[in-house]
Ligand binder design. Sequence first.
Ligand code: GAR
Length: 229
Amino acid sequence: MPALLDPSDPDRSVQWPLPPARPLPTGQRALRLAVMASGNGSNFEALVRACRQGSPKAEVVQLLVNNPGCGAIARAERLAIPWQLVDHRQQPSREALDQQLIASLQPQAVDLVVMAGWMRIVTPVLIAAFPNRLVNIHPSLLPSFRGLNAVGQALAAGVTLTGCTAHLVGEAVDAGPILVQAAVPVLAGDDAISLGQRIQRQEHRILPLAVQLAAERLGLGQAAAGAQG
Ligand code: GAR
């Protein structure tokens, strides 16, 4: 049985499932990914870097942001990823925002859309356009502490273990089939900043793995017989 605790992790965090020991499937074409982000963009950058190292076998082809001047934009420019602003303030409804997102995403023919700190509630409009193709990262062990300020919610509840979850997006907020989780201990003296930083280090590890697992689960990137991968 594999060790549950990753001994290389100085934060004493636990991730499950572990990254596969076996090599990534060969013959799989590179997946095309879009990322949606609202803020700092550290998960976006971690995913781009993981893809550029070949795991997952994927390319981030597009970043969509809803906040002008957010940190994710500066990262996209540094990483040479095309980005586009879809400002929710210019839209009359959540559904209209999602329609704008779909209009930006569909021409890119992406396999998966990754919500990496996307702080808007998505509607059935977006979910129906990308059924089982939306991946979200959330800073708690779902189904605990959904919604805003999940780290603060965990501290207020007094839990001794919290963490992060990457999952396929369902219609309820921060819910849907779980792909990967990492458990992070709450240490004496932790505040939302210190705990949040340790959770984010785990997010950066599990999000690339979640993309790989989603692709395997959905059979994405499999070359059709006789086709060039
Ligand atoms: C991440 O911690 C992510 O889990 C959270 O926003 C942060 C974005 O950080 N998302 C949610 O709370 C969604 N409910 P980043 O911009 O540095 O990637």
